[in-house]
Design a protein. Structure first.
Length: 569
């Protein structure tokens, strides 16, 4: 397991200030985009436009921590995001990883680097939380289904599509879409190939996974009975628009076009009935009048939404050459084109699956970035107006709870009378409640805990409860210890002496006041057992070999003694 978070650095022992520049919105569209030789996890606010995306994570070009993200991310019931990223494999390089990204702390973790295998075609798509706390996805080049426990971090292969003999060879079907859980409690997924009852390979199929028995069953084969509905569209996640009725898009259909346009058909919308294991073609796209190449579908308000891919060949004269957005009303069985991307427009050639955001607008990736479709105005705009890449991947909407960066230091020891400042680095909360233990600190109402003149009574454990429309976040506990650093007989000229850094991992420095009027005679470092672990007169002490814990520094001068404490990490 690997653990990565953006670094935090304490500026001083008495003013724990951190640097933070990202301006996060509460509702965002997150996805991936390709950059030269690598990929990034990126986001953009749902409202307004953006000059460019915010980069949240850059994948590992070596592949050790995952290089090529696949499919859509999943936001699980715990609020964290999960995804898969493959690599080219090799010595000490995994074929893929399962990762977790926490939008609250910005922590990227590799959860498993053995269960994900993109070798053999790399047909891996989005994840699903089929059972609360259990993530399911595809692996082994799309041949197998795995499951992963969020709580126990247990991972295992639960099912593999069997090979089948055909003529003198052996064929291997692979999954070509996302897993979905239907109302009957089973998981369904499409494949790029499936054997017919006569054991003859046909374009695609639907398989069912029984979550109780882990049994994988082929329930439907496209095309084998003479239907012109062929392979399910790659990346398809079947949609259960009503109990027992699954919808999706496929290639094929009656409207076959010329080579390079729609040689196998313009595409269809199909309906699969679970109870009878039957399929009906609901709509037939036509390259010559409507367009061709439907995307995977989404469901909203009883309507299916998708895009048509358009034509990459500038010499064609077919309709909607730059793609379009469509809807299909299941109840009335009516089809409508919502928007045709304009010739020469900034938005063209849509890709992958759409997402319907909570603001009522539809978003999706296209050749030039992310686009936004407004049903109220039927207008389309480029959501991302700049950037360095045009390889954008499927999106999800994330409602980001109040965020803060992980703290490297959560324990602070300061002298009485010094100020204390601690910044949570939050900018997307609407209210802040600080507590010392369970007691609310009424005067602390911002993201920054500030005590101007500390007293011993300020010692305690502090937490901040931050709230916005997406939820509530409670920070990790902050331990503050305030001590009277001077004895009754101490010379007042010793008061400005400081120790830094504190906590320390390698060295501790004794910072003396400017123009000090005293001479250091002896420096002792004593552990919590009363044992002297250092004796000398240097103001820079090597503590790298010290055990972790709290140490006391005793400074003897010709004007009196000074005592201080530091923490060895």
């Amino acid at each position: 397991m690997y653990n990565f978070s953006k670094p935090m650095q304490a500026v001083a022992l008495f003013a724990a200030l951190f640097v933070f520049t990202a301006a996060y919105s509460q509702k965002e569209l997150l996805g991936y985009r390709g950059i030269p030789d690598n990929y990034e996890m990126v986001g953009v606010p749902v409202e307004g436009t953006s000059a460019d995306v915010e980069v949240y994570h850059t994948f590992d070009p070596t592949g050790i921590l995952g290089r090529y993200p696949k499919g859509r991310m999943l936001q699980a019931s715990n609020g964290k995001l999960y995804g898969i990223a493959t690599s080219q494999g090799g010595q000490d390089i995994p074929w893929g990883v399962l990762f977790e990204y926490d939008p609250v702390t910005e922590e990227y973790r590799v959860l498993n680097n053995t269960i994900i295998n993109g070798n053999g075609g790399g047909n891996l798509f989005g994840l699903t939380e089929a059972v609360p706390g259990w993530i399911y996805g595809t692996t082994n080049g799309g041949r197998s289904i795995f499951k992963y426990s969020i709580d126990t971090e247990e991972a295992s292969i639960v099912a593999t599509i069997p090979q089948f003999p055909y003529q003198l060879s052996t064929l291997q079907p692979t999954f070509n879409g996302e897993l979905m859980k239907a109302s009957d409690g089973h998981v369904y997924i499409t494949t790029s190939m499936a054997p017919s009852p006569q054991n003859v390979p046909y374009p695609g199929g639907i398989y069912r996974l029984n979550l109780n028995t882990q049994q994988l069953t082929k329930v439907f084969v496209f095309g084998w009975n003479g239907s012109d509905v062929q392979s399910p569209i790659e990346g398809t996640k079947l949609i259960e628009a009503s109990p027992g009725k699954l919808y999706g898009t496929s290639s094929g259909g009656a409207h076959v076009g010329p080579q390079g346009v729609a040689p196998g058909g313009s595409g269809t919308i199909f309906e699969y009935t679970i109870a009878t294991a039957t399929m009906v073609k609901k709509f037939d796209f036509d390259y010559a009048t409507i367009g061709r190449g439907p995307s995977p579908l989404i469901l909203d308000g009883g309507k299916l939404y998708g895009t048509l891919a358009g034509f990459h060949d500038d010499s064609t004269n077919y309709p909607n050459r730059r793609g379009s957005i469509f809807t299909y009303d299941i109840a009335t069985e009516t089809f409508a084109l919502l928007h045709n991307f304009a010739e020469g427009g900034v938005v063209r050639l849509p890709q992958h699956m759409l997402v319907k955001a909570t603001n009522g607008k539809i978003y999706g990736p296209c050749q030039t970035g992310h686009f936004e479709y407004d049903p109220a105005t039927q207008g389309v705009a480029l959501k991302v107006t700049g950037g360095t890449s045009n390889n954008y991947q499927p999106l999800i909407e994330v409602c980001r709870k109040p965020s803060y960066q992980l703290f490297e230091t959560t324990s602070f020891l300061i002298c009485e009378g010094d100020p204390f400042t601690f910044d949570t680095q939050n900018i997307n909360a609407t209210s802040y409640v600080w507590r010392k233990g369970s007691a609310v600190q009424a005067s602390q109402t911002t993201a920054v805990l500030y005590i101007a003149n500390t007293t011993v009574a300020d010692s305690g454990i502090y937490t901040c409860t931050m709230t916005n429309e997406c939820g509530t976040t409670i920070t990790v506990p902050i331990q503050l210890t305030v001590e009277a650093c001077m004895g009754a007989d101490d010379f007042t000229g010793l008061r400005p002496i400081k120790l830094y850094p504190n906590p320390a991992s390698s060295v501790v420095n004794i910072q003396l006041p400017d123009n000090a009027s005293f001479l250091i005679q002896k420096v002792l470092v004593v552990n919590m057992l009363g044992q002297t672990v250092y004796g000398g007169n240097s103001t820079t002490i090597d503590v790298s070999a010290f055990a972790s814990g709290v140490y006391q520094i005793q400074l003897a001068t010709d004007k009196g003694n000074w005592n201080g404490k530091f923490i060895k990490q």
